[in-house]
Ligand binder design. Sequence first.
Ligand SMILES: [Zn+2]
Length: 86
Amino acid sequence: MRGTLTAAGIILAALVWYAGSCIIRPFRDCWLCDGKGHHRSKRKSKLSRPCRWCRASGKRLRFGRRLWNRARRVHRDAAAGARIAR
Ligand SMILES: [Zn+2]
């Protein structure tokens, strides 16, 4: 029982920490181009091309932040829908 509580506490702490880091730094460097916005194609190594993964911005929205944005959008749409229905 005590072990379960400790594990739950650790998971909760990790979630809070992750949420906080998503708020403080919503973007992180793209894993494909290392934040440069372009990367070298493997076959022609001298050519660098705009990164498709981050759309050449070099930054990716973090997974937690994307979830948060989606949740907010759903919430907002629901609120707007409720207003229309009334
Ligand atoms: Zn990229």
